[in-house]
Design a protein around this ligand. Structure first.
Ligand code: HEC
Ligand code: HEC
Length: 313
């Protein structure tokens, strides 16, 4: 402002717009530079487990649990569900095969509303029912981080779904029932640590997407959230992670932290199945974030297991 006043008095009116323009330009630079926090974007990437689905499998077998390179998001992994087989698309910054041509607004719409730039509904196998809780700032940082990854060309097969599910229009009704459009709201009565844990678990971490039973329409049964259930990918069960005796009552907060960091469970076992990749991602987060997740999980309401098997202490 001093700049405007100065030039206004000393040099006269015509210089003012030029000066204002310069100020806006400088402010603009400062703003874009500070808007993208790549370190936070990286944390959101690992908390969100994007590579678990979007990184190419290590071999031609589309369901090979191993990943070629976590940072090459050329897609092609197949996810077998009761509704059919989904193929994760290329979300690398390649303009043709990936999402390199997307604006930030298009990215946010996909993550929070499950709507593509063409206006089509995404299938909720892309866990936007959790990602909708993410803060816009975190999504912008995540996009900025994705933009730094290698652009990779690929051709991903179309989904192979049974009949009623082939029609994306039917998803409008599904979303009406199971997508509430709410961002995460911190609970002022809880500590900063518990709120951080709640955000990571309910939002990017999407823990409830695997650890909850679903109804016949594939929606999470709200009052049984986190009590385990059949594996959404069709094999076996996912355990109860509420502090019930059929869940993780016997795990201390420190046990959960250790397991998230190293994959070792209190019964001297290691994580198996899809939790292996989740754990590898958790190991990339800060120690504070893992502690926050553990504290939040231990604070959940204890619910008897929906998975049909008692949890392993
Ligand atoms: C459980 C597997 C899974 C995870 C985890 C996952 N996605 Fe996806 N994602 C999918 C599938 C499957 C689709 C395709 C959905 C469709 O066609 O309706 C998709 C679609 C997308 C799209 C739309 C791409 C396009 O070409 O239209 C974007 C963007 C996206 N995901 C970003 C992400 C990001 C960012 C993360 C991590 C925060 C992530 N996804 C995590 C499975 C996943
Ligand atoms: C892609 C699906 C998936 C997601 C997402 C997921 N989990 Fe898991 N989780 C599993 C499976 C499957 C197991 C069982 C692993 C095994 O058999 O060793 C498991 C096991 C666990 C266990 C051990 C429970 C026991 O009794 O053995 C804990 C704790 C856990 N998960 C916490 C989390 C947290 C916290 C998150 C979110 C950050 C999360 N999980 C996200 C699939 C998932």
């Amino acid at each position: 402002m001093r700049c405007v006043a100065w030039t206004g008095t000393l040099l006269g009116f015509p210089v003012m717009p030029a000066c204002l323009f310069l100020m806006c330009l400088l402010w603009g630079f400062a703003h874009t530079a500070s808007a993208a926090d790549l370190k936070n974007g990286r944390s959101m990437f690992f908390a969100g487990g994007c590579a678990s689905c979007h990184a190419a499998p290590a071999s031609a077998a589309c369901d090979n649990p191993k990943i070629k390179d976590k940072l090459i998001l050329s897609g092609g992994r197949c996810l077998k569900t009761p509704f059919g087989t989904f193929y994760a698309p290329n979300i690398s910054p390649d303009k043709e095969s990936g999402i390199g041509g997307w604006s930030s607004a298009q990215f946010i719409k996909a993550m929070k509303e499950g709507i593509s730039p063409k206006g089509e509904h995404y299938y909720p196998v892309f866990p936007y029912t959790s990602y909708q809780r993410m803060r816009e700032g975190d999504l912008l940082d995540l996009k900025a981080f994705l933009d730094t990854l290698p652009a990779a060309k690929s051709r991903v097969p179309g989904h192979d779904l049974s009949l009623p599910f082939q029609m994306r229009q039917t998803l409008a009704a599904w979303k009406w029932m199971f997508l509430d459009g709410q961002s995460f709201k911190p609970d002022p009565k809880k500590s900063a640590k518990l709120n951080r844990g709640a955000y990571l678990v309910e939002g990017p971490g999407h823990c409830g997407e695997c650890h909850s039973p679903r109804n016949l329409l594939g929606g999470v049964i709200t009052d049984k959230r986190f009590s385990g259930g059949p594996d959404p990918e069709g094999k076996g069960i996912v355990p109860n992670i509420t502090p019930h005796k059929t869940g993780i009552a016997n795990w201390s907060e420190a046990d959960i932290v250790t397991a998230l960091e190293t994959g070792l469970t209190p019964s001297f076992d290691t994580f198996g199945g899809t939790m292996v990749k989740v754990q590898e991602n958790m190991a990339e987060l800060s120690a504070d974030d893992r502690a926050a997740i553990a504290a939040y999980i231990k604070s959940l309401t204890p619910i008897p297991s929906s998975a049909g098997k008692p949890g392993k202490p």
